[in-house]
Design a protein around this ligand. Structure first.
Ligand SMILES: Nc1ncnc2c1ncn2[C@@H]1O[C@H](COP(=O)(O)OP(=O)(O)OP(=O)(O)O)[C@@H](O)[C@H]1O
Length: 235
């Protein structure tokens, strides 16, 4: 079942209206689609276009499926000054109308999983970068969405945080959620993604699962990183 359908003709910023062109993708239930590409390829711009955060966007974005809801986990944490971690979670629960009897145990479980239970009444503005990122993950998972849209989650996370994040994400996929994730960490992407979209210079240069990507660049045993290098070279 398709949960997200995107077909962007072009999108960008004022003064730079066509940073990305002809980007089409879809995410199905249970899938983890990896959006990969070098610095400046247009990955974050694609994600912002999908989230409706760009001033200029000519294209279609459709969230389908039963719930039609999604969680956007941004690369840069968005935190409210003056609100404690727990208050951030309460705010998200109120905004998404999550019942208290569902919210409280789920929030407690997530705080424990990400080792934030002891600081739940502290201000996230005082947290380390990785802890702030975990706050974003907890808020995202709290919403129990149909689709996760995740922008570079691995940079600030320690190995255990990464492991816990991926385990929880897999649980959500097993329950039917789909994920679109942009990342530079190609060995992790190779291990976890069901398919890939490789972007360069604002457009899609290759797509498919690892087998298809390997065939495309004639590297039958190649790693995703090898394929990535070869595909960018031949262009
Ligand atoms: N706010 C902005 N205003 C104008 N141009 C921008 C803005 N943000 C990004 N761009 C331009 O859009 C292009 C794509 O940037 P984008 O952030 O989407 O790349 P990316 O693939 O996510 O790169 P990275 O891996 O470095 O995060 C770049 O050329 C960049 O200069």
């Amino acid at each position: 079942m398709e949960l997200l359908n995107v077909d962007i003709n072009q999108a960008g910023y004022s003064g730079n209206p066509a940073v990305i062109k002809n980007v089409a993708l879809s995410v199905k239930s249970g899938e983890l689609v990896g959006l990969i590409g070098p610095n400046g390829a247009g990955k974050s711009t694609t994600i912002k276009a999908i989230m409706g955060l760009l001033p200029l966007m000519d294209g279609m974005v459709e969230f389908a499926g039963e719930s039609k809801n999604y969680a956007y986990i941004p690369e840069q944490p968005v935190l409210y000054e003056g609100l404690t971690l727990w208050e951030h979670l309460e705010l998200a629960a109120a905004a998404y109308e999550i019942e208290r009897k569902v919210f409280v145990p789920r929030a407690e479980e997530l705080l424990k999983l990400f080792r934030l239970a002891e600081v739940k009444h502290h201000l996230p503005g005082t947290f380390s970068k990785g802890m702030q990122q975990k706050v974003m993950l907890v808020v995202g998972f709290l919403l129990d969405p149909g689709v996760f849209v995740v922008d570079e989650p691995f940079m600030g996370l320690d190995p255990r945080g990464t492991k816990d994040f991926l385990a929880y994400l897999n649980q959500a996929r097993a329950k039917g959620s789909g994920v679109l994730m942009c990342t530079h960490i190609l060995d992790t992407a190779e291990r976890i993604c069901s398919s890939f979209i490789l972007m360069n210079a604002g457009t899609v240069v290759a797509r498919g699962d690892l087998k298809e990507i390997r065939e495309r660049c004639q590297l039958p045993e190649g790693s995703l990183a090898d394929c990535f290098d070869k595909l960018l070279e031949i262009r």
